[in-house]
Ligand binder design. Structure first.
Ligand SMILES: Cc1cc2nc3c(=O)[nH]c(=O)nc-3n(C[C@H](O)[C@H](O)[C@H](O)COP(=O)(O)OP(=O)(O)OC[C@H]3O[C@@H](n4cnc5c(N)ncnc54)[C@H](O)[C@@H]3O)c2cc1C
Length: 367
């Protein structure tokens, strides 16, 4: 494995901001990962694990230690067992997430179809328990194989398999970005999918898409509706995402982002009451999203848009996507500091208008 020096990181991220890595290596195998961890330890360098760079804001000063990009490939699957427990896919952490979803859908295996079009690597999906359109990876993850970079013992002892329950999955959270942040390097993820299973159509956006499609194809609503296939669901999700600038389309400024920049805040009862009062005083009605309400969450996008930040808002070289109020974008030559300034401005604006502090979703590296 080659260790390079002073490697620019901005091109390795979707937001395309930030400085260089002092040292940089790409791990194609578990042995490469071990070697990189030993290199960083022996030089007392901080280690940062990079996947597809789609959930990151890298500081303009870059990263002072070693950036290890995980490029471990490979997908294997076990046949459905006699008890009908589904097919277990073991996927290398460096595999492109959407390539895996495409493959699963092509094999008619249900469980990840709504997660189509999310950028990044398989190894990062457990980190923030990636989710969209009613599915989360915790629904299908069976276990995560990882190297414990803090284990000082023998090399062989450092790799372990964490069963799903040990991963502490919650909304956009797990032990990997929570209590054990920076400890585990994910090498492989096992997902259990269901051959011939029906697609998940929990989200109104998705159901509306098919209703609309039906109306356009001349079908009448009294005719029995066929359940869309997994492949149709995947295409629908990608199409909806494209319309929101949430699908990476090369050359499109609106997707030079890190995805949603803020999490949907979960409110306590008193805070929600206060929000309703503030909305009523302004003659506004808080939109109802059953999927969010079940978790006592409110839409961060709605809060941003009702705090003076419309889609297309610009702040120098940074801005908000014209298609999605939650996507902060690099309009061309933004620095990380421009993105941070806009993040701060939005957080202050929302707090002033609604008394709610938005929590960012991306990972801040080198700040
Ligand atoms: C246009 C767009 C749309 C998006 N839509 C969604 C969405 O719908 N839902 C959603 O949940 N997210 C979404 N995201 C965010 C992002 O795609 C996901 O969080 C994705 O899983 C990040 O993967 P990555 O490989 O790019 O990780 P990176 O951005 O490289 O890293 C993210 C974090 O994971 C850690 N990490 C990465 N790989 C490993 C590994 N092998 N072992 C240990 N730690 C690791 C990193 O250290 C870092 O802390 C979107 C982003 C963009 C740009």
């Amino acid at each position: 494995m080659t260790i390079q020096e002073n490697v620019p990181l901005a091109p390795l991220t979707t937001l395309q901001v930030g400085g260089p890595a002092r040292y940089f290596a790409e791990a194609k195998s578990e042995d490469d990962v071990r070697e990189a961890v030993d290199f960083a330890k022996s030089r007392k360098l901080p280690l940062f694990v990079l996947g597809g760079g789609s959930n990151l804001v890298i500081a303009d000063s870059g990263w002072p230690g070693l950036v290890l990009r995980i490029a471990i490939g490979g997908i294997t699957s076990n046949a459905d067992d006699a008890a009908g427990n589904g097919v277990l896919f073991s996927v290398g952490a460096g595999v492109d997430w959407d390539d895996f979803v495409a493959m699963a859908v092509a094999q008619n295996c249900a469980g990840v179809e709504c997660l189509s079009g999310i950028p990044g690597s398989v190894g990062a999906t457990p980190v923030q328990n990636v989710g969209a359109y009613g599915q989360e990876v915790r629904d299908t993850i069976e276990s995560v194989r990882a190297l414990d970079s803090r284990n000082p013992y023998l090399k062989q002892d450092r790799v372990l398999v964490l069963p799903k329950l040990a991963c502490g999955f919650e909304y956009r959270r797990s032990i990997f970005n929570g209590a054990e942040r920076g400890r585990y390097i994910i090498l492989q993820v096992d997902y259990r999918l269901h051959p011939g299973g029906a697609p998940s159509l929990k989200y109104a956006d998705l159901r509306n898409y098919f209703e609309h499609d039906r109306a356009h194809s001349g079908e009448h609503s009294s005719e029995p509706r066929e359940t869309p296939s997994l492949a149709q669901t995947r295409e629908a999700v990608r199409e909806i995402r494209r319309g929101k600038g949430m699908l990476i389309v090369p050359g499109n400024d609106d997707c030079r982002s890190a995805g949603s920049f803020f999490k949907n805040p979960a409110l306590g009862e008193a805070q929600f009451k206060e929000m309703v009062e503030r909305a009523t005083a302004r003659g506004l009605q808080i939109p109802s999203y059953p999927a969010l309400e079940a978790l006592r969450k409110v839409s961060a996008a709605w809060l941003v848009e009702h705090s003076g930040f419309a889609k297309g808002y610009t702040a120098g070289a940074a801005g908000i996507s014209r298609k999605h109020a939650l996507a902060l974008i690099n309009r061309g030559d933004a620095k990380a500091n421009d993105i941070i300034a806009l993040k701060n401005e939005i957080q202050h604006g929302v707090e002033k208008a609604w008394g709610i502090r938005l929590e960012p979703e991306p990972v801040f590296v080198g700040f």
